[in-house]
Design a protein around this ligand. Structure first.
Ligand SMILES: [Zn+2]
Length: 250
C-alpha cells in the first residue's frame, strides 16, 4: 500500500513508480482534487519552472555573501527544486489513487496496528493521517510542519485547528511531519499557535482597516523568523485576512 496524505504534487508524484498491484490509498476528495488539478498544475509548471530555475541559478552563480546565511541556504533549496520539477515533466504520468477511506480504517498486521484517519479539510480540502497507536507515532502529512511555515491557502484554518486538537487527544510520542525533521508531540501545539497567531494578526489588520496591499509589508513575527519557506508567511496572512473578512460579513 501507498498512502497519499493529500493532493499536493510533492506528495503524490511518486505514485507512478510503484508496481500496478500496489494499492494507492487516499480520501475520495483527494482523488478528485488530483484528477482535477494535476493537468492544470503541470501545464502551469511547464510555463514557470524554467524561469524560476534560471532565476535561482543566476542567484546561485552570482552569490558572494555568507554561504551559511539563510538567504544562501534558500537558494540551495529552491534551485534544485525547480530544476527537478522541470526535468520531471519529461516523464511524469499522473497515477490516481484507487482505494479510498474517508473516516477511520484499521489495518491489523502481525506486529502492529495502523490507522488511517481523515477528518476532512485542514491543510487542503481533504487530508489523511497515518497513526501507529502501539508505537505512538503520527505521520501527519502537511497538517504539521517542523520549523517551516505551513502552506494554508488551499485549506480551512478552523478545521485545521480541529485536526490539531484531535491529534493532541491521541497518545503520541513522535510526529513525522510533512516537511522538516521528526519531532515530539509538542509540534502539534507549535502548529496550532502559528495558526492562532496568524488569525490574530489578520483580524487586527482587518480591524484597523489595513488594505490587502499592506500585508506584504508585515514582518514575520520573531518566533517564526528562523522557519523555512518564509515566503509562505505573506500568502498565509492574506488568506487569513480574506477568511476574517468573510466571517465579519456573515
Ligand atoms: Zn501540501
Amino acid at each position: 500500500y501507498v498512502v497519499n496524505s493529500h493532493s499536493h504534487n510533492d506528495h503524490i508524484r511518486g505514485n507512478q513508480t510503484f508496481p500496478n498491484d500496489i494499492k494507492i490509498i487516499s480520501t475520495t476528495r483527494t482523488r478528485e482534487l488530483i484528477e482535477e488539478w494535476e493537468p492544470l498544475d503541470i501545464a502551469e509548471e511547464k510555463k514557470y519552472a524554467p524561469t524560476r530555475y534560471s532565476y535561482y541559478d543566476s542567484l546561485y552563480n552570482s552569490f558572494s555573501g555568507d554561504k551559511l546565511s539563510r538567504e544562501y541556504q534558500q537558494i540551495l533549496m529552491w534551485r534544485p527544486y525547480y530544476e527537478t520539477l522541470l526535468n520531471s515533466h519529461l516523464e511524469i504520468k499522473t497515477r490516481l489513487p484507487d482505494t479510498y477511506f474517508d473516516s477511520i480504517q484499521n489495518f491489523d498486521g502481525p506486529n502492529r496496528r495502523i490507522q488511517l484517519i481523515s477528518k476532512g479539510p485542514g491543510h487542503t480540502e481533504s487530508d489523511l493521517i497515518l497513526y501507529l497507536p502501539d508505537d505512538k507515532i503520527i505521520f501527519s502529512g502537511d497538517l504539521i510542519f517542523n520549523k517551516c511555515h505551513p502552506y494554508m491557502p488551499h485549506g480551512s484554518i478552523s478545521n485545521w485547528k480541529n485536526w490539531l486538537d484531535y491529534m493532541n487527544s491521541l497518545e503520541v510520542n513522535t510526529i513525522m511531519p510533512g516537511h522538516g525533521e521528526i519531532g515530539a508531540k509538542k509540534l502539534i501545539n507549535h502548529m496550532k499557535n502559528y495558526l492562532l497567531n496568524l488569525e490574530i494578526s489578520a483580524s487586527n489588520l482587518h480591524k484597523y482597516d489595513q488594505s490587502i496591499e499592506k500585508i506584504g509589508m508585515v514582518p514575520i513575527p520573531d518566533e517564526y523568523k528562523d522557519w523555512w519557506f518564509d515566503r509562505f508567511y505573506v500568502m498565509n496572512l492574506k488568506f487569513a485576512y480574506e477568511v476574517s473578512k468573510k466571517v465579519e460579513k456573515e
